[in-house]
Design a protein around this ligand. Sequence first.
Ligand code: AR6
Length: 192
Amino acid sequence: MQSPQTTHSFLSGRVIALQGDITAQAVDAVVNAANWTLMGGGGVDGAIHRNGGPSILEACQEIRQTRFPDGLPTGDAVLTTAGNLPARFVIHTVGPIKGRHGEQDAAYLAACYHNSLKLAAENSLESIAFPAISTGVYGYPREEAAAVSSKAIASFLASDDQIKEVRLVFFSASDLRVFLHHQQFPSKQEGA
Ligand code: AR6
């Protein structure tokens, strides 16, 4: 049930927020809320591997063998094929488990957004879709994550002109509502 879809825009339309499924987004890259193993899991991670097919896991295994034998550190990001997904690439990032990094939790969550956007820009990509990283199994409060993610995205876009569209995809209407109330994009929401 995807229609008709209400979107909310920020930063002159460069960022949009909507309710939806991350695996259905036809963008240059969708971001996966992965874990350090890069070997899959539940939530977004499970859906991406399930719908994208085995080529994503194969690419992740290659990255583990060649670049990150000890696993992907929290806040880092890597890029793989998107397999059968409508997106071209998947950017895998590891969000912080809330409470594990003390006062650094927010810095790690901001790093996920920053490093994913940076990787997309470095690969000449123009559109990227994010799920609400860490707000599921990893227990990050949605209100706090909204402030951290919006500030990190706004800060990156302020000094970048490669990325044309950042799509923030919330699984439920309630998640989207919480985000809209707690986001801290510099200008007011521009309409629905
Ligand atoms: N599309 C959009 N959002 C989704 C989807 C979807 N298909 N499925 C879930 N969400 P989570 P985390 C929402 O748990 O907290 C995995 O096992 C979900 O409702 O996927 O970063 C990994 O392997 C929530 O709001 O990611 C890791 O071990 C948000 O996406 C661990 O979970 C993130 O929930 C990562 O936990």
